[in-house]
Ligand binder design. Structure first.
Ligand code: APR
Ligand code: PHB
Length: 391
């Protein structure tokens, strides 16, 4: 098979890129190792920046998101028992975010791809990428014990943190920057009305908690937990009890509990690979970087990478190579700002084992500053709604 762009991975990065390229008349195939069902049922985050919303509109997949997504103009910080609203809208000159589950977004993208008759090869095994240092890269994979080869102009590595693309780059051509955190997030999804109309980020001596949602009838809650914890140790009842303990009495009182639909523990990590372009191979999304979920930036960064990548490829086919030449630099400027923000929010809101007393006091002072000064709140708000593109 011969295509212009071979996309590896049908997560949000690969699917959005596929849609944007299709709109521009560029022919692309997606090669994905898992089944559509598997891809669709991964429970992930759900807060979209305005720029991500705009991109999904441009990709032609925004209709259901606008009909069913929830526009949020603020969120609450609950710090040591006191709830304070961060007025995103007021602090950023009218910006807001959209709460819409990644699962729903993935479904919309898959539906759009199917109805446009675009090819996605699911359940591809032994996927490998070759010759991306030439102008005739190739992708090989097996399906049902038959080997296949795709010849293309470009490979888009949208295959997540554990994918094959980043791993195929020569070690001496790439630098990795990483920070791991000594705790995880235990998440619970339930068909119960959310405890509040907006998200609540909680800092508590027992650890961080987050009250989020997917709709007016479906809630998503998280608790900071030790990495050694196993999901089986957390009955629903134990989860709800622990969440109540981390909330203020009034919020705890209005919490509606119910059976969980899903419960899982995720470790927290910050990671960036540099550069993001290797000849005709480009990394995008989780293949290139990971953020801890505290700032809700994972999906948004994936969207921002493929925005740059789609533009670069479209430009290339009109005879201009500037976009592909500057892809890494443009993405990384935005990535590092989101990395910094996600790390900062994580540091401010979690309980770290073994923090020295000075650092602890300094953090408390910083939080006090962030919450009680307009400049502090503005910094938080403008990063949360998403920084502008630099192009
Ligand atoms: N070959 C083919 N496909 C692969 C391979 C491989 N070797 N390895 C991984 N994949 C697929 C995975 O099965 C997955 O469907 O690549 C896809 C990567 O998708 P994501 O992990 O969702 O990554 P990305 O599209 O960059 O989306 C980032 O998703 O993980 C969240 O928080 C993250 O919200 C962010 C967003
Ligand atoms: C979520 O709803 O899953 C969610 C929301 C905000 C975050 C992280 C996760 O910061």
């Amino acid at each position: 098979m011969r295509v212009q762009v071979a996309i590896i991975g049908a997560g949000p990065a690969g699917l959005i890129l596929g849609q944007l390229l299709h709109k521009a008349g560029i022919d692309a195939v997606i090669v994905e190792m898992h089944s559509p069902d598997y891809v669709l049922h991964r429970i992930r985050a759900g807060v979209l920046e305005q720029v991500a919303v705009d991109l999904l509109d441009a990709a032609g997949v925004g209709a259901r998101m606008h009909a069913e997504g929830l526009v949020h103009q603020g969120f609450d910080l609950l710090i040591d028992g006191v709830r304070r609203r961060i007025d995103l809208h007021g602090l950023t000159g009218g910006k807001q975010v959209m709460v819409y589950g990644q699962t729903e977004l993935t479904k919309d993208l898959m539906d759009a791809r199917r109805s446009a008759g675009l090819l996605t090869i699911y359940e591809a095994s032994a996927v490998s990428v070759h010759d991306f240092d030439t102008d005739r890269p190739r992708v090989r994979y097996s399906k049902g014990h038959v080997s296949h080869e795709i010849e293309c102009d470009f490979i888009a590595g949208c295959d997540g943190f554990h994918g094959v693309c980043r791993a195929s780059v020569p070690q001496n051509a790439i630098s990795n920057f990483e920070r791991v955190y000594p705790f995880g997030w235990l998440g619970l999804l339930a068909d119960t009305p959310p405890v509040s109309d907006e998200l609540i980020y909680v800092r508590h001596p027992r650890g961080f908690a987050l009250c989020s949602m997917r709709s007016h009838t479906r809630s998503r809650y998280y608790l900071q937990c030790p990495l050694t914890d196993k999901v089986e140790q957390w009955s629903d009842e134990k989860f709800w009890d622990e969440l109540r303990r981390r909330l203020d009495p009034q919020t705890a009182e209005s919490l509606v509990t119910g059976p969980s639909i899903e419960k899982s523990i995720a470790p927290l990590r910050s990671f960036v690979a540099e550069p993001l372009r290797f000849g005709r191979l480009f990394l995008a999304g989780d293949a290139a970087h990971i953020v801890p979920p505290t700032g809700a930036k994972g999906l948004n960064l994936a969207a921002s990478d493929v925005r740059y990548l789609s533009r670069a490829l479209i430009e290339f086919y009109t005879g201009n190579t500037e976009g592909i030449d500057r892809y890494s630099e443009r993405c990384l400027r935005r990535i590092w700002k989101a990395e910094r923000f996600s790390w900062w929010m994580t540091m401010l809101l979690h309980r770290f084992p073994d923090t020295n007393p000075f650092d602890q006091k300094a953090l408390e002072a910083e939080l006090d500053y962030v919450v009680n000064s307009v400049a502090g709140r503005t910094t938080l708000a403008e990063n949360y709604v998403g920084l502008p593109f630099n192009d």
